[in-house]
Design a protein around this ligand. Structure first.
Ligand code: ADP
Length: 250
């Protein structure tokens, strides 16, 4: 694969809600191995765009291609099977189960699709446990492996959600405001985790925290009023007068 290969591409992406055009002819190209951020003032259309790309909404017009394949009309579960996975897609972190058990269930899902297999041999279960523990360590939750998920702090719960997403072995990860509602310490933890998770995969995230965007992103697309306003690295877009005006005027 070429270094500048486009993994996810939206063309003419448009979404109307009744008579209101929330997303208008958006062109977006996410390149393999990059962390790409989608930013913009409130109401810019970020969430709508994100839901279109993850197939939770159907576009009014336009196409979405993933690895060259037209996924415009595909269902979320089917694109997930192709390796395009939205974090927090498994909104079900089972609160009473331990961190380790939650990750193990996610691993079982990867191996079995959506069905669970309770009839596994001890040996297979042990191998799964080892794999789950490695993932739990990866996301910095080793000390909490046996703790019920419900007892985790907010930031650690998000780390667990990322672990359960990584368990699905996505090629591309879509993150919806991974830092929402977090304090400094959690932001640092999740930033480090996203950077680690980006090794060997592509990440697209919607994120409000601009210092996080600045430190993590290779490329940024700025939306305003449903349209692409600017695109480039942080240095370029943060100097763009149209971007500054859109943020100040919002
Ligand atoms: P952002 O995430 O950038 O804040 P959104 O994508 O949430 O922006 O919203 C873009 C615009 O579309 C807003 O004006 C919002 O009110 C409108 N919008 C979003 N979802 C719907 C919906 N389901 N029905 C009607 N209008 C919507």
């Amino acid at each position: 694969p070429q270094a500048d290969e486009v993994v996810l591409a939206a063309s003419g992406l448009t979404k109307d809600f009744g008579g209101f055009r929330a997303v208008s002819s958006v062109e977006l190209q996410v390149r393999r191995g990059t962390i790409h951020a989608l930013i913009g003032p409130n109401g810019a259309g970020k969430t709508t765009c994100f839901n279109l790309l993850t197939k939770f909404l159907t576009p009014t017009a336009g196409t979405i291609r993933y690895n060259g394949r037209d996924i415009t009309r595909m269902k979320p579960a089917d694109v997930a099977r192709l390796g395009l996975v939205r974090s927090f897609q498994i909104s079900a972190v089972f609160p009473k189960l331990s961190v380790l058990e939650n990750v193990r269930i996610a691993l079982q899902r990867r191996k079995r699709g959506d069905s669970f297999d309770f009839w596994r041999s001890e040996r297979v279960l042990r191998a799964l446990d080892e794999e789950a523990l490695a993932l739990v360590e990866d996301v910095g939750l080793a000390a909490f492996a046996r703790a019920p998920a419900v007892d985790l702090s907010y930031g650690r719960k998000r780390a667990l959600e990322i672990a359960t997403t990584l368990a699905l072995e996505p090629d591309m990860l879509l993150l919806d405001e991974p830092m929402a509602g977090m304090g400094h310490e959690d932001i640092d933890r999740i930033s480090a985790l996203i950077r680690r998770a980006s090794a060997g995969r592509t990440i697209l995230m919607v994120e409000h925290n601009l210092s996080v965007v600045a430190s993590l992103s290779d490329r940024i697309t700025v939306l305003a009023r449903g349209q692409v306003l600017a695109e480039g690295d942080y240095a370029a877009v943060s100097k763009d007068p149209r971007v500054i005006e859109a943020y100040i005027g919002a």
